[in-house]
Ligand binder design. Structure first.
Ligand SMILES: O=C(CO)COP(=O)(O)O
Length: 248
């Protein structure tokens, strides 16, 4: 399996203001001190430009993009627009967007295609609800979600996948390590089935209540290539220890 550097990404969701560039600067200092770890921050779109200017080695990403290049889509942003603002990749298919905006797997695949066409990266999110976990079918459900959300052009290191159990997001609950390992192994098998050898080059991140106390254990699980961190990425005090915990 390809060994890629750990990838630790903060998803700020609908949080943060221009003054929080000081948080980014602290993270940029950590990125300079840890060139062996890839570090990203996805602020709200309003902050992409100012954050990109202060990011140093921190990769600035968006939280979503529209599948179309332009047109009558009030309130939306195209891949080229977020790239022009300073983002080099975008999160797509986050469960909050799948729930709040009704995004489907096909929508997510189209967004991934748009990002790839614009020369950008994507972090494609998948994950099961609590009912789906309790049904005992989480692996079948999440691998099917990944298969249907993968774009036709999904090969190469522009793509990462984030496994984020919906019930673990913002709850302080985390799956046991064996369940994370089993899901990541199943997602890897799906990637190889769909993409061939290129499927080994796709990093699979874990997201959902990652914090300084559990990061070392989670990041040490087989085939966990990094973390997508929500709440704990908003402050340097909680995000920097997660970076420190990443294997190198
Ligand atoms: O949704 C997440 C990252 O995209 C995870 O959020 P929390 O780390 O706040 O649980």
């Amino acid at each position: 399996m390809a060994t890629l550097p750990s990838y630790i990404v903060g998803n700020w969701k609908m949080n943060g203001s221009a003054a929080d560039v000081v948080v980014l600067q602290a993270i940029a200092d950590a990125a300079a001190a840890h060139p062996d770890i890839e570090i990203g921050i996805c602020p709200p779109a309003t902050l992409i430009g100012s954050f990109a200017a202060a990011a140093g080695a921190v990769r600035i990403g968006a939280q979503d993009c529209h599948a179309r290049a332009s047109g009558a889509h009030t309130g939306n942003l195209s891949a080229a627009m977020i790239r022009e603002a300073g983002a080099t990749y975008s999160i797509i298919g986050h469960s909050e967007r799948r729930a709040d905006q009704g995004e489907t797997d096909a929508d997510v695949a189209a967004k991934a295609e748009a990002l790839h066409a614009a020369g950008m990266g994507a972090i494609l999110c998948v994950g099961e609800t609590l009912d789906e976990r309790d049904s005992g079918n989480a692996i079948a459900i999440v691998t099917a979600q990944l298969s249907a959300s993968l774009p036709a052009s999904a090969s190469g290191d522009w793509l990462s996948v984030a496994y984020e159990p919906v019930w673990a997001i913002g709850t302080g609950r985390v799956p046991v390590s064996e369940d994370i390992a089993a899901m990541h192994a199943a997602l890897r098998a799906t990637l190889i089935e769909k993409l061939g050898e290129a499927g080994n080059g796709v990093r699979i991140l874990y997201g959902g209540s990652v914090n300084p106390g559990n990061a070392a254990e989670i990041l040490g699980i087989a085939d966990v290539g990094g973390a997508l961190v929500g709440g704990a990425s908003l402050k340097a005090e909680t995000f920097l220890p997660i970076i420190e915990a990443a294997p190198r």
